[in-house]
Design a protein around this ligand. Structure first.
Ligand code: FAD
Ligand code: SF4
Length: 458
């Protein structure tokens, strides 16, 4: 038995950095069975304890090993409403795969790759529609159509609720459609998962900004008995350095929304992007990697990741960093911007930076970056993308009486999603700040159970 995972077939770096097609191509049946046979079907199932939605991992892998791909899909969907998404974007290396006993003496079982295989097999081969459950006569509302909202809506619909999702944007999916690029998560996959929810009876109303178009109180007036807030953390942060208002400076959110949702890389896009030649992306997380890899695909000759700590502190997944490097993104580590310089027409022409060195650990336990004396230098760039974090938008909190939020903006909710306001539940990035798809899904699931209990006890 191989100590290594079956490799994921992928587009070659030099080809993929010029197109938006998916990078990873997925296992063949042969590869999937071979990988599934690496699973030891451990009695105490350590991998399951690493999965926030507790998928029965050995069971679905066992079905793949026996060639029962549809049964594998059924096991997956009994715990997760978005397996094709999670198989692609979950940080398995720090969750289920981190706990896999196969990882002790070699590489863990490729759980995420197998999840993707079973979900893709189902999408390609099955036209079975989910059956609509019997209505229970109760109405619930969900704000936001990201993974938290979609999971909550799906779970409530399966219990027979009449569920409506209210989404501010013109397309449903949250970060799955506006943030994560097509080459990591094709939008057709997300659309398919959303269509399945609609077949369960979930209604989705787009262009509905709750807090503006309708308030939470108005939702209750319309007969919704409980409301889930899954509005994410989409408010970008900036560095507050001179020059951030110049043309050619974007938040990663704006840049990625234009690219992913508005397809600004196509000739026919209504919202084209200025095709920059030298791009600096400030930040070192997954969002920064996505922005840098998109900039490269849009035709930039040079793309830099500018990050103030060293490579050991880079918060992005190791795989994303490696992919970005393979595609030609240059890492300027221990480097911090101090000012963005514009030309006489107020377009970006350069960015002043300083070199950093690592000092004593700060509150986060990571070594604090401090400026190196006399290390100022200028980077010639015509575009700067700020990817230094986001926080929840205050709109819903400020228009909903009795809804508590933390100082930093997150809505206060208990482990089951109950907020300070009766009948109002919350989860996902709106509560935790920027986190992961699977944690948002886990929160949506718990809140759906708590909403069911609340409505039945009324
Ligand atoms: C670029 C990028 C890449 C990422 N990559 C990964 C990854 O590879 N793996 C991973 O696990 N995680 C990744 N994440 C994080 C992950 O996507 C989020 O943690 C997750 O999407 C949070 O889900 P959510 O449902 O809480 O919020 P969101 O996905 O943000 O969805 C919230 C939705 O609510 C809507 N909304 C907001 N306010 C209102 C309102 N007032 N009224 C109505 N609707 C409203 C928004 O338009 C949005 O559609 C990434 C994030 C970004 C930005
Ligand atoms: S820990 Fe690894 S080997 Fe054991 S059941 Fe889970 S996936 Fe299989």
């Amino acid at each position: 038995m191989s100590p290594k995972k079956n490799e994921m077939p992928s587009q070659a770096p030099n080809m993929r950095n010029k197109n938006f097609d998916e990078v990873a191509l997925g296992y063949t049946e042969e590869q999937a069975i071979d990988e599934a046979e690496r699973c030891l079907n451990c009695k105490n199932r350590p991998c399951v304890s690493g999965c926030p939605v507790e998928i029965d991992i050995p069971a679905f892998i066992g079905e793949i090993a026996s060639g029962n791909y549809e049964s594998a899909y059924d096991v997956l969907t009994s715990s997760s409403s978005l397996p094709a998404v999670c198989g692609r974007v979950c940080p398995q290396e720090s969750q289920c795969e981190a706990k896999c006993v196969r990882g002790i003496k070699g590489e863990p079982v490729g759980i995420g790759r197998l999840e993707r295989f079973a979900a893709d097999y189902h999408l390609a081969n099955s036209d079975a529609s989910p059956t609509r459950p019997t209505a229970n006569g109760h109405k619930a509302a969900v704000i936001g159509s990201g993974p938290a909202g979609l999971t909550c809506a799906g779970d409530l619909a399966r219990k027979g609720y009449d569920v409506t999702v209210f989404e501010a944007l013109h397309t449903a999916g949250g970060v799955l459609v506006y943030g994560i690029p097509e080459f990591r998560l094709p939008k057709e996959i997300v659309k398919n998962e959303i269509d399945n929810l609609k077949k369960l009876g979930v209604k989705i109303e787009t262009n509905m900004v709750i807090g503006k178009t309708l308030s939470i109180d108005e939702l209750f007036d319309k007969g919704f008995e409980a409301v889930f807030i899954g509005s994410g953390a989409g408010l970008p942060r900036f560095m507050n350095i001179p020059g951030e208002n110049l043309n050619g400076v974007y938040s990663a959110n704006e840049f990625l929304t234009r690219v992913n949702l508005m397809k600004s890389y196509t000739e026919s896009s209504d919202t084209p992007l200025h095709r920059a030649k030298k791009v600096a992306v400030v930040g070192g997380g997954n969002v920064a990697m996505d922005a840098a890899r998109c900039a490269k695909r849009l035709g930039a000759d040079e793309v830099y990741i500018v990050y103030r700590r060293s490579d050991t502190e880079l918060p992005a997944r190791a795989e994303e960093v490696e992919h970005a490097k393979e595609e030609g993104v240059v890492f300027k580590l221990l480097c911090n911007p101090t000012e963005i310089i514009g030309d006489d027409k107020f377009f970006v022409k350069a960015m002043n930076c300083v070199e950093m060195q690592l000092g004593e650990p700060d509150e986060s336990g990571r070594r604090r970056p401090v400026v190196k004396d006399g290390s100022e230098f200028t980077l010639d760039v015509d575009c700067v993308i700020m990817a230094i974090g986001t926080s929840p938008n205050p709109l819903i909190k400020s228009t909903t009486e009795g809804l508590d939020a933390a100082k930093w903006g997150g809505i206060v909710a208990d482990d089951e999603g109950r907020t300070s306001r009766a009948g109002v539940f919350a989860g996902g990035d709106a509560v935790t700040g920027a986190a992961t798809v699977i944690l948002a899904m886990g929160a949506g699931k718990k809140a759906a159970a708590a909403m069911d209990e609340y409505i039945k006890e009324r």
